[in-house]
Design a protein around this ligand. Structure first.
Ligand code: OGA
Ligand code: MN
Length: 261
């Protein structure tokens, strides 16, 4: 994991309990926030009982494909933007583990980019410019983009933004990594426009094909990635007709984050 940052373990016959137990070996697990129902009323009941499992599917609590108008559909569209999990939390994430239960016949791949390789390839002048910069990340920034999910005031309060250095030292490899995502909205101390332009430029640079691995799923694949030094995104599939049922467990980063050195 420290060298490659993404690991594929095929043929893992896991249920939710086993997936939680395995992920829990690597640290405390994040719990999924409540899901909002279609009409913006009280939180819908969860399809999956365990809150340590993030429901990365297009299914409702009855196991039917989500309505086109369902807010959960808009929310999960955000996964198609390049991001790293939980950068919008001050205690962000180390590893995510995604398990394929049901995959569609076409599409629904996951792309991964190594942000250490991207950092290494940056021009020296850019590396200097990035020294000491802090970005603000918010789940609501990425959700305002694809799908146009609009949070309630309560949701906003429950999930405030977080701030992280744009370049961090990846503990396991000792290498510098860009820590950026579609959750990142601006750079502290810069105008919003200038900060956003820089973040967009970095995201485009880091996700060039030469830094990307595309995972084509098979049922029962477990894919583990290190959120501290990668970006990822879901690719589209025929989500009105096909079922994609994936389940994620996410390990909380309990270390103090280290800026680049
Ligand atoms: C995730 C995620 C991508 C996908 O589970 O964190 O971004 O392909 N998933 O489902
Ligand atoms: Mn993700």
């Amino acid at each position: 994991m420290d060298q490659y940052a993404v690991t594929v373990l095929p043929d893992q016959r896991l249920d939710d309990e086993k997936q939680i137990a395995f992920a829990g070996l690597y640290g405390p697990l994040e719990v999924a926030p409540p899901v909002r129902s279609q009409d913006g009323g009280p939180a819908a009941s969860r399809r999956i009982r365990h809150r340590e499992i993030f429901d990365v599917s297009n299914l409702d609590e009855q196991g039917n494909i989500l309505d086109l108008s369902d807010q959960r559909r808009a929310y999960s569209q955000g996964n198609q933007l390049w991001h790293t999990d939980s950068s919008f939390r001050q205690k962000s994430a180390t590893w995510s583990m995604l398990h394929a239960r049901i995959i569609p016949p076409d599409g629904g791949d996951t792309d991964f980019a190594d942000t250490r390789a991207a950092y290494d390839a940056l021009p020296e002048a850019t590396k200097l410019k990035l020294e000491g910069l802090i970005a603000e990340h918010s789940i609501w920034h990425s959700r305002a983009q694809l799908g146009g999910y609009t949070p309630t005031e309560e949701e906003r309060k429950a999930r405030p933004p977080a701030r992280h250095p744009v370049v961090r030292r990846h503990p396991g490899s000792g290498r510098n990594a860009l820590y950026i995502a579609s959750h990142a909205s601006h750079i502290i101390g810069w105008s919003v426009e200038e900060g956003r332009a820089l973040l967009e430029e970095l995201l485009a640079f880091a996700t060039q094909p030469r830094f990307v691995y595309t995972h084509k799923w098979r049922p029962s694949d477990l894919v583990i990635w290190d959120n501290r030094c990668t970006l990822h995104r879901a690719t589209p599939f025929e989500s009105r007709a096909q079922i994609r049922d994936m389940r994620r467990t996410t390990v909380i980063d309990t270390r103090v984050e280290t800026m680049a050195s």
